[in-house]
Every structure is written in C-alpha cells, then in structure tokens.
Design a protein around this ligand. Structure first.
Ligand SMILES: *Cc1c(COP(=O)(O)O)cnc(C)c1O
Length: 218
C-alpha cells in the first residue's frame, strides 16, 4: 500500500531528512493516495508528464524535476517547478536563469555531481564543478537559486562502493557550501535501494520511487 510505505519510510527518516516521492510513470490516482497521507514533494523526470500532472493535481504539491532536462524544455516547467535536481551543464543553468528572470523568480536548483563509476550517468565531474564554483559566474544569475548537490551512486549491490560514492559527494558538498554560503543546504542522494546508506553519508533529501509506488511500467 502506498500510504503504508510512505508512513514507514517517514518513520525511518531522521530529523531533517525530507522525502521526495518519485512518481514518474505512475498515474495521478497513485499520487493522490500519497497526497492523502500528507506527502507534498513529488519527483518527475519527463517534462510532458510533469506538465500534465501539474495541471491535473492540487496546487500545493511541490514538483521536483529529477531527470535529464533538455535546454529547450526548461520554459515549460520554469513557472512552477519547486526544485530542479538535475542541472548537469552550464548551458542548462544559463537557460534556467534566463527563464527564471523571465518569470520573475529565482528557480531553486541543485548541481548534479557525477560520482558513480559508470559512463552513462549525467552530471559534472568533481573537477568541473570545482572550477564552476570557483569561477563564480553563477553569483550573477538572478534567475537561479543554487541550493545544493544531487548525485546517484553506482548501480551495484556493493554497499562499500555505494558509500564511497556518497562520501565523495558529501565531502565535495562541503567545499561548495563554503563557496556558496548560506544558500547551500540540500544534499539530494539516496533512492529505494540505497537511501539508508545515503543518510549515513549526509543526505537530507532522499528520492524514493519503487519502494512507495511499486515497479514502474514503461
Ligand atoms: C527514478 C529515479 C529515482 C527513484 O528510483 P527508485 O529506485 O524507484 O526509488 C531517484 N532518482 C532519480 C534521478 C531517478 O531518475
């Protein structure tokens, strides 16, 4: 049951750790079941799908975008998105900034850090992101509010390896926090299979789909 899963996960999360319920590919009725037991943060990874759900569902839902975002689609979600987890290039960030200014808001964003030992995952490397932070051009972006780091661990059963990935992200977060100051506050890591490990390594926002809604049908 969706409500049971949410309650169980919520009861396990330490103080200060928030839950983003990843509802991608799941219908509005299932989101409403989660909404009914108080869940308000939902994560989606496709613009079209997010738009439909945004229009159909209660307006106090906080919609998080967690998938790879194409530059030409930013404008569709810019007016309402609560947090973009997956900023993986400076080009994308510039477009989010442009759209934020256009809509008179600072769009909250996380920088996606690539820590997994897999070629396929999106995101900045530690070196790229260090350069980006030090360069400081992001300070002039009045349409963006950089709030933290997002990452995904290597897809493996090896807990030590997953912990290493999260540890790397956690260490690097501190460096970024020093650069950015008080605005930096979000460490988005941990999914259904690894959120306990993520919390041990400093996560304060877990993104959980399967454990709440069941398997996704693509
Ligand atoms: C789908 C997805 C999740 C949720 O994964 P589950 O294993 O279903 O909990 C979390 N983060 C991102 C970026 C995703 O794309």
């Amino acid at each position: 049951m969706i409500a049971d899963a949410i309650r169980r996960i919520e009861s396990e999360l330490p103080e200060g750790v928030s839950l983003c319920a990843v509802s991608k590919y799941h219908p509005a009725e299932m989101i409403m079941q989660a909404y009914g037991c108080g869940q308000r943060i939902f994560g989606e990874s496709h613009v079209q799908e997010l738009m439909k759900k945004y229009e159909a569902l209660p307006k106090d839902i906080k919609w998080h975008f967690i998938g790879h975002l194409q530059t030409n689609k930013v404008r569709y979600i810019a007016p309402f998105v609560d947090l973009i987890h997956s900023v993986d290039s400076t080009r994308l960030l510039s477009e989010i900034n442009r759209q934020g200014i256009k809509h008179g808001r600072r769009i909250p964003c996380l920088l996606q850090l690539h820590v997994a030992r897999e070629e396929t995952k999106f995101g900045f490397t530690v070196d790229e992101l260090r350069e980006f932070m030090l360069d400081g051009q992001w300070r002039d972006m009045s349409g963006v509010d950089l709030q933290g780091i997002m990452c995904m661990a290597t897809n493996t059963d090896d807990a030590d390896r997953i912990l290493e990935d999260f540890h790397k992200a956690n260490e690097f977060y501190r460096f970024c926090e020093e650069c950015a100051g008080t605005h930096f506050k979000i460490r988005s890591w941990g999914m259904s299979g690894d959120y306990h490990l993520a919390i041990r390594e400093g996560s304060n926002l877990v993104r959980i789909g399967t454990m709440i809604f069941g398997e996704r049908i693509y």
